[in-house]
Write a new protein. Structure first.
Length: 67
């Protein structure tokens, strides 16, 4: 569910009482775009993307015990 799915009456109340909620929505969309871009890169060429990660992140991804 996103903020756009909320009823208009509730959106108006949120906009009145929560400062910077519009900016928060923009940041959330930008973050979502970044995540989707990473998913696309991994799907497109998994091995290449994994090899470009830092050793620490690579270890975390390969660690099935704590993953």
């Amino acid at each position: 569910m996103s903020i756009e799915d909320l009823p208009n009456e509730l959106l108006v109340q949120i906009l009145e009482y929560v400062p910077n909620v519009c900016k928060l929505n923009i940041v959330c969309k930008q973050f979502n775009d970044i995540v989707n871009d990473i998913k696309h890169r991994v799907f497109k060429n998994h091995d290449k993307y994994i090899k470009e990660l830092s050793p620490e992140v690579y270890f975390l991804l390969q660690d099935n015990k704590y993953h």
